[in-house]
Write a protein that binds this ligand. Sequence first.
Ligand code: MN
Length: 471
Amino acid sequence: MANTEYLPTIGLEVHAELKTRTKMFCDSKNDPDEKRPNVNICPVCMAHPGTLPVINQEAVRYILLMGQALGGKIADYTEFDRKNYFYPDIPKGYQISQYKYPLVSGGVLQGVSITRIHLEEDTARSIHQGDVSLIDFNRAGVPLMELVTEPVIHSALEAVAFGKELQLLLRTLGAGDANMEKGEMRVEANISVGKGGVLGTKVEVKNLNSFRAVERAILYEVNRQIGLLEKGEKVVQETRGWNDAREETYSQRLKEDSHDYRYFPDPDLPKLSLGEIPEFSQESLKVGLPELPWQRRSRYLEYGLKAEDAETMTSDTELASFFDATIEGKDKEFISRAANYLTSDVLGLRAALQFEGMGKLSVESFRSLVDMILDSRLSSRGAKDALVILVRDGGDTESVVEAKGLLQQSGGEFLSSVAKKIVGAHPEVVEEYIKGKETSLQFLVGQGMKESRGSANPELLREALQKEIKG
Ligand code: MN
């Protein structure tokens, strides 16, 4: 029996700017944060006649590292091709890209098969102001990774999860910052719906500049296509844009075929036999790989972190390296306590106080904070207060705790004076406890904690109260 449900099928094309020092084929600076237009340009990236491109080795290496991390096949032989089209943001009238011989073929990420990863150059940035269009060439010629997946994704959420993991991998390798909001990573989705195992006509959706846009656009497009098919109409093969404000896709143009681009090998660039270049050998690439996101994630799960905390930690590379430095040589109890304070308290403070990274908190001071908690020298109340100061102003934990009087009070004299006061103030509750109502003691402990402004060690306070009541 044929399946009567529509199945969405999605393939992704992801472009990501690489974080190299210079551009792809010249020594103009690659600086995504440059605000002044047309500063980082030169005759090569401005396509002046007679100039010659030179391949950026750092960019090639990043793509090969991606390939190595994803288990793809690194090409023995590769070349660059000209992709010809006319548009004001492409000064040469063609983009240098790769067609027949991508640097990487195959590989898998998050269960999604990858078709290829190749290297090309970014276009300039067009700025439209009323009737005027301006072009900033700072971005023209910036190294750009293009990764294409097989059409094996079947939901918007799967597509988003893939994109997030890819972003994390780029960051982990130091290959790119991949901020979608800054256009450093851009996603296009090829979307079709079909029934009973038959693939439908695919539509390409461009301009997806956030993970939210990826999710919304896929949901919208799947519904739109199902709607057309249900009405007996056809899905047109085309390129559609995404309007973020209206949350809908719109028709842009009919889809080009690759022959429209008249690809041919760039005669100005050398063909590369990668196998003969020592920096690009498998051995060298393997050594160059840091711990990968999925390896880090499973290490954190092995430590006993909750899945949610392991995820939070893995997806924030700065937090993760701080955590790793903190727990070096420490035991399981320390690790779980440290993870807790980082994922709940420190991240909570980051949101509330709006600081970047770890604020002024140092590994050293955080280590001693956790040590003091485990030694019962610091209550959880005291730890929270100390953390606010440590992330905001920095400093040494011992001194901060002492200066602010946050040390947990375990002294017998102090605790018995608190106990005496509380027992004196609540004779009826004490009476109930003596008659056997266990929860009454909890109430008295609570009152004692309040009295000591959180500084009493609750366990020892409980004992002091029992002693006081028994007389
Ligand atoms: Mn491309």
